[in-house]
Design a protein around this ligand. Sequence first.
Ligand code: GLY
Length: 408
Amino acid sequence: MNIKHIIPLIALSVAAVSVSAQNNAREAFKFAKHQTKLLLAETAKTNAAANKPNLLSPRALNTNGDLVMVSPKDWCSGFFPGNLWFLYEYSGDKFWKERSEPFTAAMEAEKSNTGTHDLGFMVYNSVGNAYRLTHQQRYKDDIIQAARSLITRFNPTVGCIKSWDHQKQWQFPVIIDNMMNLELLFEATKLSGDSSFYKVAVTHANTTLKNHFRADNSSFHVINYDPETGKVLNKQTLQGFADSSAWARGQAWGLYGYTMCYRETGNKTYLDQAEKIARYIFSNPQMPPDLVPYWDYDAAKLGNQPRDASAAAIAASALYELSTYSKNAASYKKTADKILNSLGKGYQAQPDSARGFLLLHSTGHKPANSEIDVPIIYADYYYLEALLRQKRLAEKKPVINSPGTLKN
Ligand code: GLY
């Protein structure tokens, strides 16, 4: 076959992949809209019975299949409003915007919460998406205020934002998950012109780079620092199998976090780190063929362990973005497509089941015997985000949607 014949064939196969990605997204969003109407109804029932001033959000199902609802103070409270914003983004249908607004309003008071490092998850995934899609001033003000609250937890001697206050076994714990909260800070600098948020984010990312990673590019879950000297005291875990193990969701948070830090700074070191993490995850001998990992790569060696669909969804979303920065674009995109295909085929709930959650089989905190092999809201959030990113790439649009693109 000569080159004249090969080029149209390549073009045809690229077009076929785009069409199949769009079909995939169309089917998945049809399912997501149907399921989320059920979850809205279930949520409304619980809120009516609870009669609280602020709406509770769905977090997970327990092993009996009961809905676990949380107040805006919980770290998982921003994902449900975020999912509703994603459905609005996909469909342009005001129905979803109007459903998200009250849940987003409930999150706005958290902008002054200085007792958590999770303000990125809480405020950015709810109010941040609201601002991105509506450009309303009040949401912009909330993002900047939340960033002010978050940086009160920064210790310049350590060079990090403190994670938990309630785990008294550690003086100044910093968890790999905390990389995800830096996106709020980068955005706050762009919105306010105040570079102090950016500086804190970069310092935290650099300190984490120095202390959280092992020689094989897997990461520890928790680094405990001496707050007076900045010295590393312990390298441990809370949610993983062992201090020395690779907790699956932690690896996914690192991949997403350093990809996002590269987007925000252009610093090649962050891109290299994201690629090293991707290599660790996707060349791991314990990774199952469907690319949905067991909850911990080292626990997987024991056999008969639960999966963590949330780790797969987070990684898929990160890989779509990473594919737009890397010479390994095709391989990252193919891997992300494969993950979404696996999630769509083997992990989605049956329509009208699981009280309206989208994905089954996530694992929240195995050592605490909590949220094992159940639907969890952040798996659904990153699944929807990954599907939107897949669709945007298929349409040759930038994978990160810019602010203010849907105004009504
Ligand atoms: N701390 C967030 C998580 O469980 O992944």
